[in-house]
Design a protein around this ligand. Sequence first.
Ligand code: GDP
Length: 317
Amino acid sequence: MDTSLRYFVAGHRGMVGSAVVRALQRRGCASILTATHADLDLTDQASTRAWFAEHRPDVAVIAAAKVGGIGANSAANATFLYENIMIAANTVEAAYRADVKRLLFLGSSCIYPRMAPQPIREDALLTGALEKTNEGYALAKISGLKLCEFYRKQFGVLYHSLMPTNLYGTGDNYDVVGGHVLPTMIRKFEVARTTGAKTVDLWGSGTPLREFLHVDDLAEACLYALDMENPPDLMNVGSGREVTIRQLAEMIRTATGCEAEIRWDSTKPDGTPRKLCDSSLLRSFGWAPAIDLEEGIAKTVIEYREAVAAGTVRLGH
Ligand code: GDP
């Protein structure tokens, strides 16, 4: 990759953005631009345009988003749609106006129909109704990837998208109400282990199937995609390995060394029954994940314990 270019990573304090910054640093990129929320509100059109006009990056990676787990999404679909659609529209248009030649937009596999054939291929997009619990987020991300596709076609700029599966890893959000399942389980088992609690309450039936990818694998996929001369408009990024929520819980219980009994709270939603990406398109260009789930969970538990000791656990966004 061209390490002399100016890379802007939107959302550099988030789990994905910070992993992309680390990956760019590993490659030796000289100029990595970032902006804190106080300096740049990406939901604000005027300030987003002004920032791009002033800083003029060569490449932009849009990892900024309002994200959350099933609880946060289902309680606030309006906010998830509004904020994410504003971020997508403002960044793509401001980048185009500032002559940014290349932009990588990040979404999520929840853009696909709830009942899409599994593993989900990119061409399942817009073939059926969305999962209701995160419909707002999904609609915003679909708009974002379509903006990239249309700007590319209409204006000749190389704007394209990656849709990662469920992510976890360094810098995750450990809020047990709004967070995603994997970090939430780590926190719940760690709290039970350290307090000696006899039970851990988890949500739903434990039967849904999910795929998980370590965020460092996604960051490498981002750089891989940015190296491609003529990437497809949209590519999935997943590990290809599926586990039930129950299996995930057992893995995390083992990794934390917690002996509490699991109780499944059936008043909480299961969400989509199965969500496995078909990542063969990106893999056909040579990318492959490097971190397997047990290894990634073990590393994440260690990082969580370090963050607890340092008082730096992220709770919310
Ligand atoms: P999703 O993959 O978009 O549905 O979002 P999540 O990462 O929040 O995963 C939700 C799945 O994990 C659902 O099947 C939940 O029922 C299940 N789950 C089990 N326990 C928990 C928990 O403590 N928190 C969350 N967020 N999900 C849980």
